[in-house]
Ligand binder design. Structure first.
Ligand SMILES: NC(=O)C1=CN([C@@H]2O[C@H](COP(=O)(O)OP(=O)(O)OC[C@H]3O[C@@H](n4cnc5c(N)ncnc54)[C@H](O)[C@@H]3O)[C@@H](O)[C@H]2O)C=CC1
Ligand SMILES: O=C([O-])CC(=O)C(=O)O
Length: 416
């Protein structure tokens, strides 16, 4: 694979705060950690991953507030690389992790599976869908990258798709059409997510779960409730994927302020629908001045990024390619954390302690066991605009969370 890919050179954004997705055995280079985001360019698969692990943001959080979850010490400096990340000089580390994509034949599922197939850390890729997944798997399996691709079609094959997986990614469900809100998808997608998470609880109770299916503000609480009913809920391993909001914020800010894309990082908090999406432009790295008009325009565009794509696709679905990119970045961060990288930070919608809401998207530090710490510092020193937006989003987000929880509580209990 190194030979096949080593001639490629990507200029991919790498932020110091949130580790960005790197495809395919990429070698990361970073100047240092500290108070600035440092650009890097990436030469693919030409170095081992010991030197290649992105050092994301540790320096950013020195002296910042964060809440550690039980059993974890403060992140240490300088960043440690675990011995299990070593590999002989010049070799790419062996693939080690097993991933299931549920909804793999869809608009997001296909490009996401391709990006995951490019990761040298993925040993097996189980593609599950209710239809059309055999061809996708056959197609993908011809790529000469290590991941073994297998197809699983229909509910009867769902259990096998989940055996021995470390990470389950769920993009199954219907997408929006123009005029719809994400909440309009609840009726169909709530049941899909419930069924898939029930199976995950039974056949892969220790796996990390990344939920993409909308409305994320409700589907993540649904997943949590199902896992609780099954007695296997570990809040540290359940994630709503909100990475696309960060990806959009970074892109739009870089365009607006004429910055290099690879330098920009904007934390996006709250939830994943309309006004619940809260980009913290005041926390943009590198520090940027925005006029009140720019703040309003950028905030609204980031909040409506999904609708922008839905309208442009005019009935043919919602964001798929940018979402696949964002989901692959988030999955790669999860795998790196599982692999012992001690400096992985991402924004995600998780069970949370940073506000009074039981679920909230914020930056979190990931470790082998899942969420290690919440980066509370992002909520300190908000501008009046951000503080007002934060208070305004809470009732809507609370209602969406409760809708998800009640959906499971009011359903018949799932069989143990
Ligand atoms: N979290 C985020 O930022 C984003 C979330 N989304 C959401 O992702 C979801 C998927 O979007 P697309 O891939 O564009 O839709 P799509 O319709 O192209 O693909 C969905 C796939 O799910 C499959 N599926 C349906 N029911 C299933 C079940 N019970 N088990 C397994 N697979 C099942 C379908 O056969 C299809 O292949 C939507 O709910 C969309 O709103 C989309 C973009 C961004
Ligand atoms: O807008 C949608 O329906 C899909 C989505 O979540 C996004 O693109 O952010």
């Amino acid at each position: 694979m190194a030979t096949a890919l080593s001639s490629m050179m990507l200029h991919t954004p790498v932020s110091s705060k949130c580790a960005n997705y790197m495809p395919a055995g990429v070698a990361y280079s970073r100047s240092s950690c500290g108070s600035k985001a440092f650009p890097t360019h990436i030469s693919i698969a030409s170095k081992n991953l010991k030197g290649a692990s992105p050092s994301s943001a540790l320096g950013f959080f020195c002296g910042e507030d964060y809440t550690l979850l039980e059993g974890h010490g403060k992140p240490s400096l300088p960043r440690k690389v675990n011995s299990n990340q070593s590999s002989p000089k010049g070799q790419v580390r062996a693939a080690a992790y097993n991933i299931a994509v549920l909804g793999a034949a869809g608009g997001i599922g296909q490009p996401l599976s391709l990006l995951l197939k490019m990761s040298p850390l993925v040993a097996s890729l189980n593609l599950y869908d209710i239809a059309n997944v055999k061809g996708v798997a056959a197609d993908l399996s011809h790529c000469n990258t290590p991941a073994q691709v297998s197809a699983f079609t229909g509910f009867a094959e769902l259990p096998d798709s989940l055996k021995n997986v470390d990470l389950i990614i769920i993009p199954a469900g219907v997408p929006r059409k123009p005029g719809m809100t994400r909440d309009d998808l609840f009726k169909i997608n709530a049941g899909i997510v419930r069924t898939l998470v029930e199976a995950a609880a039974e056949h892969a109770p220790n796996a990390w779960i990344n939920i993409i299916s909308n409305p994320v503000n409700s589907t993540v609480p649904i997943a949590a409730e199902v896992l609780k009913q099954k007695g296997v809920y570990n809040p540290r391993k359940l994630f709503g994927v909100t990475t696309l909001d960060v990806v959009r914020a970074n892109t739009f800010v870089a365009q607006k302020k004429n910055l290099r894309l690879i330098d920009v990082d904007v934390p996006v908090l709250g939830g994943h629908a309309g006004i619940t999406i809260l980009p913290l432009l005041s926390k943009t790295r590198p520090a940027v001045e925005f006029s009140p008009e720019e703040i309003e325009e950028l905030t609204v565009r980031i909040q409506n990024g999904g609708t922008e794509v839905v309208e442009a696709k005019a009935g043919a679905g919602s964001a798929t390619l940018s979402m696949a990119y964002a989901a692959a970045r988030f999955a790669e961060s999860c795998i790196r954390a599982l692999d012992g990288d001690e400096s992985v930070y991402e924004c995600s919608f998780v069970q949370s302690e940073v506000t009074e809401l039981p679920f909230f998207a914020s930056r979190v530090k990931l470790c082998k066991e899942g969420v290690e710490a919440f980066i509370n510092a992002d909520l300190n020193g908000l501008t009046d605009y951000e503080q007002t937006a934060l208070e305004a989003l809470k009732p809507e987000l609370k209602a969406s969370i409760e809708k998800g929880i009640n959906f499971v509580k009011q359903s018949l209990p799932v069989a143990a």
